[in-house]
Design a protein around this ligand. Structure first.
Ligand code: DHK
Length: 152
């Protein structure tokens, strides 16, 4: 089974408690369980992680180079600031999908730019926590298509 990493950035540990009018009432544990289940339904083993530390996220991306065939990432605030996370993602040779719970384009101008989007296969924003489910489903399709390409 393909393993994918679902990586979450700062403050997402407070999901469900933090500004629920923006980020909703589901907790990160709820999102983790949904990702694992939709992964299993689609033949993917989901490793789900969250950190408030940029260095830890970079280390997980490096780890994914050896141990994962896809990354779903919500870098949270680091989306808008981190060249270091972009550089790490640029070392990863498999699909990357960027997720935002909120519609960042409807919010403050500093949230309109993402360092990550330029390296992502796709970007999902504004669908609430359901965006993670869409991302895992899409990742399964991308990995299946890549396997078919390799076989032909
Ligand atoms: C989450 C955050 O914490 C913000 O810093 C981003 C993102 C948006 C989200 O919508 O998931 O700007």
């Amino acid at each position: 089974m393909n393993t994918i990493y679902v990586i979450n950035g700062p403050n997402l540990n407070l999901l469900g408690k933090r500004q629920p009018h923006i980020y909703g009432h589901e907790t990160l544990e709820d999102v983790k369980n949904a990702c694992i289940q939709v992964g299993l339904d689609n033949g993917l083993d989901v490793t789900f992680m969250q950190s408030n530390a940029e260095a830890q996220i970079i280390d997980w991306i490096h780890d994914a180079r050896e141990n994962a065939t896809g990354i779903v990432i919500n870098p949270a605030a680091f989306t808008h600031t981190s060249v270091a996370i972009l550089d790490a993602l640029n070392t990863f040779d498999h699909p990357i999908i960027e997720v935002h719970i909120s519609n960042v384009h409807k919010r403050e101008p500093f949230r309109h730019h993402s360092y990550v989007s330029g390296v992502a296969s796709g970007v999902i924003a504004g669908f609430g926590t359901q965006g993670y489910v869409f991302a895992v489903q899409r990742m399964a399709q991308l990995l299946a298509a890549a396997a078919t390409d390799r076989a032909s």
